[in-house]
Design a protein around this ligand. Structure first.
Ligand code: PNS
Length: 161
């Protein structure tokens, strides 16, 4: 019997830390659904859900066992809709850990869904989508922080295309 994990996130945009968590989750569980979602506490987004989804599809096309979808609403409802056994989240820092623990307990309490927290590789533990957006906005080079599909989309945006 295979185990299905649901990895939700804003992914605005996907960076190499996210990709590292996806690779680890596939290694561990075999079947991973990546869900792009709006975070209600993050009002100003750069890409819409479909754009985020298509960049993730392109960036994970080499990985068997990964499906990429987008959802609105609660994480627990999206996880149940795809038939996931549990939620997977990446943890970079102690700050992430505190937030993710609180969400994990809440999602178990309100939705009955368990969460597995995976540490992001130390190589990428400093990377955040927010800083990727900022650097790219000012035409800095982010090609070593994000997959090629994301780097080219950001470069086009920075050049006004
Ligand atoms: O990448 P992010 O911004 O940390 O992802 C946050 C996300 C989208 C996974 C999630 O926290 C969220 O905001 N979900 C939508 C609403 C929800 O389920 N709220 C209850 C959280 S306990």
């Amino acid at each position: 019997m295979s185990t299905k994990a649901f990895f939700p996130g804003s992914f605005d945009p996907l960076h190499l830390g996210h990709l590292d968590v996806i690779v680890t989750a596939v290694d561990l569980f075999g079947d991973v659904v990546v869900g792009t979602m709006y975070n209600p506490s993050k009002t100003s987004g750069l890409f819409n859900l479909e754009e985020r989804q298509s960049m993730i599809i392109e960036s994970t096309s080499h990985l068997a066992g990964v499906e990429v979808r987008s959802f609105e609403g609660l994480v627990v409802d999206a996880a149940k809709a795809v038939g996931a056994d549990f939620i997977v989240k990446g943890v970079r820092t102690g700050g992430d850990f505190e937030i993710e623990m609180q969400m994990a307990h809440t999602n178990l309490f309100v939705g009955g869904m368990k969460t597995v927290l995976l540490p992001t590789s130390s190589t990428w533990s400093f990377v955040s989508s927010r800083f990727v957006r900022e650097i790219s906005h000012y035409r800095g080079d982010v090609s070593h922080l994000v997959p090629p599909a994301v780097a080219s989309r950001l470069a086009a945006l920075a050049q006004g295309k």
